[in-house]
Design a protein around this ligand. Structure first.
Ligand SMILES: [Zn+2]
Length: 294
């Protein structure tokens, strides 16, 4: 198993095999390409674009797909996935990234906000014209967008997925079978403020590793200020490493945060003994590698 980072800084950190850089984030900020890294693009969540043009927002019968609309439990503000100008702008951004010397592109939030979106007049018209049922049309819309995006990308093409192994198609339009045909791997974020309770993390990692038809990479949050939380995180990575997961990515604030995780593991004799005692060979190998650097 490889260990990697998801980061907001376009710099690599020693001790990590994979580097994923957020080149465009859900607040709408878009940055130049990070060279030699996997560039992660937030597609249809763009708070800035919606502020500038409120007509972009995805709609349901319970109102717009905005965080402030508490009838829906949304973490981001979502653009309608069929808005032609916004789609073109985003595809151009992806194409420009791919002109640089990058490793590849990962897309995130490139789908519908939830089951009851989007009922804007354009989407309803497109749905009726398609002759498909609601679930089929939404899935086809998302898959078709991914096909167009993939055509713009040189190098590795990957997607993040909303970590719902059962209702992904009905809720978000994620046809995981069809998407498997387009991507090099799936990036599954299992974000949390801490992993003191971790059974759900290992369960979802196993479910996706067993059901997806392409390699699976799991992302865990590592913006941990306390020793207790860091230890729980590293033990969770160890349990995930027992399963058919190609890599674990740690989401960090910055490079120093990434180095802090390494130093904590290297200096924690109890943790390293625990990994040895319970046969977490892959995780011990990773920490031994860090010990040569930190
Ligand atoms: Zn719409």
């Amino acid at each position: 198993m490889q260990i990697g980072l998801v980061t907001y800084k376009s710099e690599k950190v020693e001790g990590y095999d994979l580097h994923v850089y957020y080149s465009k984030s859900a607040d709408g900020q878009a940055f130049p390409a990070a060279k030699d890294m996997q560039n992660d693009v937030t597609v249809f969540c763009d708070a800035k674009a919606i502020r500038e043009d409120p007509s972009l927002v995805a709609m349901s019968n319970m109102g717009p797909a905005l965080r402030k609309n508490k009838r829906s439990n949304l973490a981001f503000d979502f653009v309608c996935p069929t808005h032609p100008d916004y789609k073109t702008k985003t595809l151009n951004y992806i194409e420009n990234l791919s002109k640089e010397n990058i490793m590849g592109v990962t897309l995130n939030l490139y789908h519908f906000p939830d089951q009851d979106y989007c009922v804007c007049p354009r989407c309803v018209e497109l749905w009726k014209q398609s002759g498909l049922n609601w679930t089929q049309w939404r899935a086809q819309t998302v898959t078709q967008f991914l096909r167009e995006a993939k055509a713009k990308v040189k190098g590795i093409f990957a997607v993040e997925i909303y970590p719902d192994p059962v209702l992904a198609k009905e809720r978000y339009g994620l046809d995981l079978e069809a998407i498997a045909g387009l991507v090099d791997y799936f990036h599954v974020p299992l974000s949390s403020r801490d992993y003191l309770t971790n059974y759900w993390t290992i369960m979802l990692a196993r479910d996706f590793a067993a059901s997806l038809k392409k390699p699976v990479i799991v992302e865990l949050s590592a913006e941990m200020p306390t020793d207790e939380k860091l230890e729980a995180l590293l033990k969770t990575v160890a349990y995930v490493s027992r399963h058919k997961v190609d890599a674990v990515l740690l989401l960090v604030h910055d490079s120093e945060n990434a180095r802090q995780v390494c130093r904590f593991a290297v200096q924690n004799r109890d943790l390293r003994d625990w990994l040895e005692k319970y046969d977490f060979g892959e995780m011990s190998r990773i920490v031994d590698g860090w010990a040569k650097l930190y």
